[in-house]
Design a protein around this ligand. Sequence first.
Ligand SMILES: Nc1ncnc2c1ncn2[C@@H]1O[C@H](COP(=O)(O)OP(=O)(O)O)[C@@H](O)[C@H]1O
Ligand SMILES: [Mg+2]
Length: 401
Amino acid sequence: MSRYIEIKTHPIRFLLYLEWILLLIVALTELLPDPVTKLPRLSLLNLFCVGSLFILGLKLPKVGRLDKLVYNIVEIGIILAASIAGEIRLFPVLYLILTIRSCWIFGKWKRLAIMVLAFVLFLVTLIYRFQTFTFPFRPAVPEKLEFILMGFAIFFGLVLVFLFLLVNAVLSDRQSREKLALANAEIRKYALKIEDMATLQESNRIACDIHDSLGDSLTALNLQIETALKLWRSHPTKAEYLLGEAKRLGSTALREVRESASKLRSDPLEGRGLQEAIAHLIQSFHSTTGVLPNCSIYLLNSIPVELKVSIYRILQEALTNICKHAQATHVEIQIMTTSTDIYLIIDDNGKGFNLKQNTTGIGLQGMRDRTQSLGGQLEIETSPRKGCRITASFPLLMGNG
Ligand SMILES: Nc1ncnc2c1ncn2[C@@H]1O[C@H](COP(=O)(O)OP(=O)(O)O)[C@@H](O)[C@H]1O
Ligand SMILES: [Mg+2]
C-alpha cells in the first residue's frame, strides 16, 4: 500500500486541479510590473516557493504522524518565506491551499487546528506587510486603511471557513459513499453465504429423507429376500408371499428415489403447467396413501414462474407431511385467485400437532420462507387430533414485480 496520496489516488481530483490553478495565478501575478517602479517584478525566491508547493501537492503523506508533521512544517516554512521575505503578492491564497491540503491528510480536529493556525499566520503576515509597506500615496485618513485591513481579514476568514466546510462536506460525503459501497459488498457476501447455507440445508434434508425412507425400505427389502431365499424349498408359499412383499418394498423405494430426485431439481415443474404438475402430485399421493384429495383449483395462466414453483413446493411438502405424519382419511386442496391475491389452502382431518412444540421441522419453515420471500403470508391452524389447515397467500402484484 502506498504511503502517499498521489494524483491517481487523490480523493477529489478537481480540488487538486483547483490548487494548481491557484498556484499558477499566484506565480503569474509575480510577473506583473511593480506599481511604484513600473518595472517587472521577478522574485526567484517566490517562484521557487510556488514551484515547491506545487511539487509537494503531488505527494501528500497518507500515513505516519512524523511524515505529516514534517510535511506541514515544510509547507508553512515555504509560505512564510514567500509571504514575509519574498513579499509575494497573493499570499492569502497560499494559506487557503495549506488549509485545503490539511483536509486530505488529517482527522477532523487537526484540520480545524491547521485552519486556525493558517488564519493566525495570515493575520501576522498581513500586519507585518502593512507595517513594512511603502504607500505610493499618503492616505487622507490613515485610520481608514485599518478599517480596510480589518474588512479584508474578516473577508479572508469567512472565505477560509467556507472553503474548510465545503471540503469537509465533500470529503465526508465521499467517505459515507465508500462506507456504503463496503456495506453493500458485505451484504452481497452474506447473501451468497446464506444462499450456500440454504443449499447445504436443503441437501442435508434430502440426505436425511433418503436415509430415513429409502434406507428403511431397502433394509426391509433385503431382509424379505434373505428370508424368502431360506424358505423357498421348505415353505414355498411363505417364500412367495415374502417375495411379493419385497416387490412392494422395491416399488416404494423406487417412488421415494423419484421423490427425492424431484426435490433436487431446480425446475420442479419440468416445463409442465402448474395444473398438470399438481395433478401429478395428487395422483402420486393417492397411490401412496389410498386417499384421493378433494380439489378445487382456480388459477390464472399469467402468474409468474417463481409463484408457480412456490405453490408447487408448498403443496408437495404439505402432502408429504400428511403422508408421513397425519394418518388422514380426508384431504382437501383449494387454490383460489382474486384480483389481488392467490390463496393455497391444504386441509386434512389427520392427527394434527401442537404448533408451539414443533420447533425442529425444516419443511414447515421452508414453506414459511418461500411464502415470505414473495411478500406473502403462511398460516398454520392445527392442534392435536384436530387435523391441520395450511393457508398460503401471495399478493399477485408483488409476485409479478
Ligand atoms: N399435516 C400434518 N399432520 C400432523 N402432523 C404434522 C403435519 N404437518 C407437520 N406435522 C408435524 O410437524 C412436524 C414438522 O414438520 P416439517 O417441518 O415438515 O418437518 P418433518 O416433516 O421433516 O418432520 C412434523 O414432524 C410433524 O410432527
Ligand atoms: Mg416435512
